[in-house]
Design a protein around this ligand. Structure first.
Ligand SMILES: Nc1ncnc2c1ncn2[C@@H]1O[C@H](COP(=O)(O)OP(=O)(O)OP(=O)(O)O)[C@@H](O)[C@H]1O
Length: 250
């Protein structure tokens, strides 16, 4: 796989982003800029609004108001340009169990118009370190194996920005370690910006360059990982950082 074409400008820009489900406002005016090349960890409790934000950024739903840009393209008015630039691993990987890994990847590569779908599938499996899974049916895979194929699918077209929704869910410690390594390689070797939702920051903290904390639809913290570690040096686990940040900003 070769690095994606890079141009200037932030990878993600949210301005006064709001979203309502009926009367319930779940994103309450988010302003956030993520530069290209960052690995951004988006932390928050269950129900904080993280998936809603990713669904907006991946063009699955339109925001109620405000704007969201990916690589300078508006997710509502320039949807096709956004989808060309992004890869997405949802919290539940959707693959066809009766097809092999390669058949799944070739299918999705054709859907997204990738040139040489077979070659792209083979390169993605190689990059993910699992070429031996190529001809095995996905229905027989463990959670960790399915997730690798899910990531392979998300990066087949070599996106500029990769969105991951709770990627550590269901993984054992070895799977979490492999995931961290994969994210680091996608970032350093292919230059991908990564935007990752998580409520277990400690599992991914080492790979994040920046974090943001969402609390009841409001962004209450955003800083580099280095500054975060400096500010919270005694934190044995970063998992409850949003509680402390929430208390400080209350
Ligand atoms: N389609 C929907 N219709 C109505 N309410 C929704 C819908 N999707 C999410 N919500 C509500 O919006 C709020 C934010 O949900 P969201 O899934 O964005 O949060 P999250 O931070 O990703 O949490 P989780 O980790 O539990 O998925 C929650 O109260 C949720 O119940």
């Amino acid at each position: 796989m070769s690095p994606p074409t890079t141009t200037s400008g932030p990878a993600v820009e949210l301005r006064e982003l709001r979203h309502r489900y009926g009367e319930d406002e779940v994103l309450r005016g988010i302003d956030l800029v993520i530069e290209r090349g960052e690995v951004f960890g988006f932390l928050g409790h269950n129900g904080a609004g993280k998936t809603t934000a990713i669904n907006i950024l991946t063009t699955l739903i339109a925001p109620t108001s405000g704007s969201a840009l990916v690589c300078g393209h508006d997710v509502v008015t320039d949807r096709d340009a956004v989808t060309r630039q992004i890869g997405y691993l949802p919290s539940e990987v959707r693959l066809y169990g009766h097809l092999t890994a390669t058949e799944n990847l070739v299918f999705f590569a054709r859907l997204s118009g990738v040139a040489d779908p077979e070659g792209a599938a083979a390169r993605a499996l190689e990059f993910l370190g699992c070429p031996e899974l190529a001809d095995r049916r996905v229905g027989t895979f463990s959670t960790g194996m399915r997730q690798r194929i899910g990531i392979a699918q998300a990066v087949l077209h070599e996106p500029t920005v990769l969105f991951l929704d709770e990627p550590t869910a269901g993984l054992d410690p070895d799977g979490v370690r492999q995931l961290r390594e994969t994210i680091a390689r996608l970032n350093t070797e292919l230059g991908m910006t990564v935007f990752m939702n998580t409520h277990l920051l400690s599992e991914v903290a080492r790979v994040c360059t920046t974090i943001g904390v969402l609390n009841q639809g409001e962004l209450i913290y955003r800083d580099s990982m280095a500054e975060t570690v400096r500010r919270f040096p005694d934190e044995a686990s970063l998992e409850d950082i949003y509680v402390r940040v929430g208390q400080e900003t209350a």
